[in-house]
Design a protein around this ligand. Structure first.
Ligand code: ADP
Length: 233
């Protein structure tokens, strides 16, 4: 595919109404091509999470368009958006978001269950994903028996087990020390480089953004700076 993987065209997002209206995005346009690795930066309240929620099909623009692989996401039904999420997107969160009473293996299997994959195939794929993130032998452990870095690895295995086209990571190293953070960033870089997974990552840390090939800076609901436009990516 030579066109953009996704495109936002003049996207606005307003919350509330009347005097209480909050204009979270004020006309964001962004094109992301397959294989890119973006860091999204900017002060708190600048619209980063709102933009990620729209990219992740968790929320919809108040105005403007979102195209994913040439498909107008605004024209999809709720069920179709859910399918788009399940088939093409992977998510990683600052707080890991694992199911606590569920083993590492079962956590990783979860998105495959939603896809209706048979148990044997599912186990094999989840084991392979855990192996890829360096957690062979930890399959039966519960999240509370794992360190923060290991929990984030499980979450990454869960995000990539479906071989998504796009990985959305919201401050994936926000709860980790610097050594663990570097390890997580090396994993994300490897998935981007070796598997061609497009990565969009929100971060507050310049050290982490340095792993990305392009940095997009949000300010007051707008993109204030884009590495692609400066030719710096
Ligand atoms: P960031 O992720 O950069 O911190 P957000 O996208 O979370 O920024 O927020 C952008 C603006 O939109 C903020 O002023 C925030 O308070 C507001 N906002 C975000 N979500 C909601 C919501 N559900 N209801 C009302 N206002 C919201």
């Amino acid at each position: 595919m030579s066109g953009p993987l996704l495109e936002l065209q003049a996207v606005h997002k307003r919350y509330g109404s009347g005097d209480a209206v909050m204009h979270a995005l004020r006309g964001v346009s962004l094109r992301i091509f397959p294989g890119e690795f973006l860091a999204v930066m900017g002060p708190s309240g600048s619209g980063k999470s709102t933009c990620m929620n729209i990219l992740g099909c968790m929320d919809q623009p108040s105005a403007g368009r979102y195209w994913f692989r040439g498909v107008d996401v605004g024209g999809l039904s709720r069920d179709q958006r859910t399918l788009l999420r399940r088939h093409y997107l992977g998510f990683i969160f600052q707080g890991f978001n694992l199911l606590n009473r569920t083993s590492a293996l079962e956590n990783v299997e979860m998105p495959l269950i939603y896809r209706g994959m048979p148990a044997k195939e599912r186990h094999a794929a989840a084991l392979q994903a855990l192996d890829t993130v360096g957690l062979r032998g930890w399959e039966r452990h519960m999240p509370n028996q794992l360190s923060g870095g290991q929990q984030q690895r499980v979450a990454i295995a869960r995000a990539i087990v479906t071989r998504p086209l796009l990985l959305l990571a919201d401050e994936p190293t926000g709860n980790l020390d610097s050594q663990r953070s570097r390890e997580i960033m090396q994993l994300l870089s490897a998935f981007n480089r070796d598997l061609g997974i497009t990565v969009v990552m929100v971060t507050h840390e310049a050290d982490m953004a340095a792993y990305a090939k392009r940095v997009v800076l949000f300010r007051d609901g707008l993109i204030a700076q884009d590495g692609a436009e400066n030719g710096t990516c």
